[in-house]
Design a protein around this ligand. Structure first.
Ligand code: SF4
Length: 335
């Protein structure tokens, strides 16, 4: 028995299907799981008619990162955050950047109980815990425990997710989250269904629910020939602007992986799509290009934040959180 097996516990968000088969109700896959089998994500299993979580607390990666790496640019800029990842994924992106932990459930892990994770975050001096690296929402029971314990300890919770979750679990989870980066991979329902094996509508619903509850930023990876068209970014920016034109949109360059060899997104494409998105949104950031980025006051143009790599300075924000030059409230959450 491994450490993880010792921690295994019963899951929520499922219904009886037929006989001992269960239907998982966590994400739109709605897997029907026979006894002895696991769902599409590989981490939610049926043990004798009960939803079993053999990977509860199985941590694949733990690091203190700049929050800009999530990416979150308007939430506690310049701060570091304890970041934790697990195993498994409920999507099948062909260009997956984290294949080893997303799709190999034999990868090495260490068991960290929720209270211990919170204590680790406090010891690290971090203001929050980020659930990130793989698709963390498939470990929702662990996130709910950690999230509540983190709040009791005065820490914040940050979620980095593809947002592929059914409505009831999404609401429960987002009630505990303080900030979320949602990976909106495309605005094509067909691309989500056929290529990613997921559902666009549930991601849009998750995004609407998140915006009602916490700080939200959106990331779209520009995969050449797949998700980098001007029309696609136009529609994404329109959707985000209808929710709130102050939501930051990160347009990230894709780079090849060992199993997906399409050439990198040209920097010129990223900048052109950013210009398109800026017709609708106040804050659009080209990403993954190794370039310096800036946030300027939308009222007077003053430089508020400058990021060079993961070095962040805030020359234009007054201690009260307003623009030093014109006094406008900035759209930045700080301590
Ligand atoms: S969370 Fe996993 S088991 Fe549940 S429906 Fe989604 S992919 Fe299937």
């Amino acid at each position: 028995m491994t450490k993880t097996d010792r921690a295994a516990t019963s899951g929520r968000f499922f219904a009886a299907s037929s006989g001992d088969t269960l239907q998982c109700e966590l994400c739109p896959q709605r897997c029907r799981i026979a006894p002895g089998s696991a769902g599409f994500c590989g981490v939610r299993a049926n043990r004798a008619g009960k939803l079993h979580l053999p990977f509860f607390g199985a941590v694949s990666a733990l690091a203190v990162d700049p929050i800009e790496k999530k990416p979150l640019y308007h939430y506690f800029p310049g701060c570091e955050i304890l970041s934790v990842g697990f195993l498994g994924c409920s999507l099948r992106c062909p260009y997956c950047q984290n294949y080893r932990i997303a799709h190999d459930t034999t990868a090495r892990t260490q068991y960290i109980p929720p209270q211990q994770l919170v204590q680790t975050a406090r010891n690290s001096g971090s203001f929050a815990i980020a659930y990130t690296y793989n698709e963390p929402t498939i470990h929702i029971e662990y996130l709910l425990e950690c999230g509540a314990a983190a709040h009791r300890a005065g820490l914040k919770n940050v979620l980095v997710t593809a947002g592929s979750l059914n409505d009831a679990p999404a609401r429960e989870l987002l009630d505990l989250m303080d900030a979320v980066n949602i990976d909106l991979k495309s605005f094509s329902a067909e691309y989500y269904r056929k290529t990613l094996h997921a559902e666009l509508e549930s991601v849009l619903g998750f995004t609407r629910t998140a915006v009602e509850r916490c700080h939200v930023e959106i990331t779209t990876l520009l995969v050449p020939g797949a998700t980098d068209s001007d029309d696609e970014i136009h529609r994404i920016a329109e959707f985000v602007a209808r929710l709130n034109p102050a939501i930051p949109l990160h347009l990230s360059a894709y780079h090849p992986t060992s199993s997906f060899r399409t050439a990198s997104t040209p920097a010129a494409t990223v900048h052109a799509r950013a210009e398109t998105a800026r017709r609708f949104l106040r804050y659009v950031y080209p990403g993954n290009l190794g370039e310096q980025t800036e946030t300027r006051c939308p009222a007077c143009g003053e430089l508020l934040i400058q990021r060079n790599g993961y070095r962040t300075v805030l020359p234009g924000i007054a201690s009260g959180g307003t623009c030093k030059a014109c006094g406008r409230e900035t759209d930045i959450v700080r301590h």
